[in-house]
Ligand binder design. Structure first.
Ligand code: C2E
Ligand code: CA
Ligand code: CA
Ligand code: CA
Length: 394
């Protein structure tokens, strides 16, 4: 952190200056003031530990007030770079909310001063993306709205589950199902799960939604086991916020028990990003597996998969991403990648499932490579519970 020294009375910045930094008062006192009809109006006197000039960190618009040293003082400089990176990686709702608040604040202080300048800098600084500021605000507002609607959706039972069979590659018998959530919103119609799960994941909403999915999925699994056979499995998609919650595994164990099921019939699908970010994964994985829940590494090959991780952490199964399956039969590279994933996984004692199998040709290649399980429209689309219950017994 760079520091600067000021003498009592020194001007730190004037209203209307372009802001490049924010400041932290380390020693002394700082006066924030503005001029109103020729009079000096003191807005605030800041003590050590205070941050000021902070709007300059998110946009480069003119300062909305002046700052002077009231006593001799030492200030630390905070640069936009220090903050931008954090804003970029912040929770998306928080980030968008911040933009809305800044937007409102800016237009209020413009009204106060009676000016209404356009803000190209604001646009540039805030949106490195292709979207305009206005669109991003709309985006933010919509995300916040979506969040509220999802809260309502839980209460009003607008979610339901679909079950997609996962089959043994050799004889195509059903091993189990992947539970996939659906939301029929009265306002928006069908909302894609990857869209609303992302919003839910950015907040704690994923916790009640995730609990609902598991509760419903376990209940239906029990019915399926009773009707077909007691070896059927259910696979659930789980995200980071759920795995970070230390109550999750005990809760899951209790629910499994409540439904008269055993942990070895429950699989948890996790994407690499979730599993390998942070250092808390190793104990979590261990805990999960020691309780008998199998872990499936979802969308394998699309993340930052480090092969080292596979060696360090004990995963039960790897799910080859659809993007590699798509190319099978036409793209030699896809075949090489699938083949490598299969050899590596098997060598490390993991089983492999391939997702998104749509053609007989893809099935043949995967079979010849020794893939253990398959999932895809070729076998079945995700089905509502009553259609699964109506499948022929064999
Ligand atoms: P995913 O976990 O990779 O799920 C596989 C997706 O591929 C599902 O999309 C499934 O319907 C689709 N799919 C399966 N076979 C085929 C095929 O042969 N061809 C094609 N084109 N697609 C196929 P869906 O149901 O739209 O779900 C999308 C994503 O939403 C999921 O990707 C998962 O990441 C997330 N998701 C769904 N349900 C849940 C949930 O209950 N919890 C969480 N956390 N995420 C969920
Ligand atoms: Ca999945
Ligand atoms: Ca997947
Ligand atoms: Ca996926």
């Amino acid at each position: 952190l760079t520091t600067r020294h000021y003498r009592a009375g020194d001007l730190i910045f004037s209203q209307g200056d372009r802001g490049n930094y924010a400041y932290i008062v380390e020693e002394g006192q700082v006066e924030i003031w503005t001029e109103l009809q020729g009079d000096r109006l003191v807005l605030n006197i800041l003590q050590p530990g205070s941050l000021f000039g902070e709007l300059a960190l998110v946009d480069a618009k003119p300062r909305s007030a002046s700052a002077s040293a009231l006593t001799d003082c030492i200030l630390s400089l905070v640069t936009p770079d220090q903050v931008n990176q954090r804003i970029d990686t912040a929770d998306p709702i928080l980030r968008l909310l911040l933009l809305v608040v800044i937007g409102h604040f800016r237009s209020e202080s413009n009204n106060f001063r009676g000016t209404d300048e356009p803000s190209p800098e604001l646009d540039a600084a805030l949106t490195k993306a292709k979207l305009s500021f206005k669109e991003r605000i709309t985006d933010a507002v919509d995300m916040i709205r979506l969040e509220g609607e999802m809260q309502e959706a839980i209460a009003k039972e607008q979610f339901h589950l679909m079950y997609q069979p996962i089959v043994f590659m050799n004889d195509l018998r059903i091993e189990g199902f992947e539970a996939l959530i659906r939301w029929q919103s009265p306002k928006r119609g069908f909302v894609r799960p990857d869209v609303f799960i992302e919003v839910a994941e950015a907040t704690d909403l994923i916790i009640p939604i995730g609990q609902w999915v598991i509760e419903q999925g376990l209940k239906d699994l029990k019915s399926l086991q009773t009707k077909f056979n007691s070896d059927l499995l259910m696979s659930f998609n789980i995200v980071g916020r759920q795995t970070n919650n230390e109550d999750f595994i005990p809760w899951l164990l209790a629910r499994v028990d409540h439904h008269g099921l055993t942990p070895n019939k429950v699989k948890l699908e996790i994407i690499e990003r979730t599993l390998f970010s942070g250092d808390s994964s190793a104990p979590w994985i261990e805990n999960c597996r020691s309780r008998g829940f199998a872990l499936v590494l979802d969308d394998f090959g699309t993340g930052y998969s480090s092969l080292q991780y596979l060696n360090e952490y004990k995963i039960d199964r790897v799910k080859i991403d659809k993007s590699f399956v798509d190319g099978l039969g036409t793209n030699q590279n896809s075949e090489s990648i699938c083949s490598a994933i299969l050899q590596l996984s098997h060598a490390l004692g993991m089983t492999v499932v391939a997702e998104g199998i749509e053609t007989q040709a893809q099935l043949e290649v995967l079979r010849s490579l020794g893939c253990d399980y398959g999932q895809g429209y070729l076998f079945s689309r995700p089905l509502p519970f009553d259609q699964v219950m109506a499948l022929p017994k064999d």
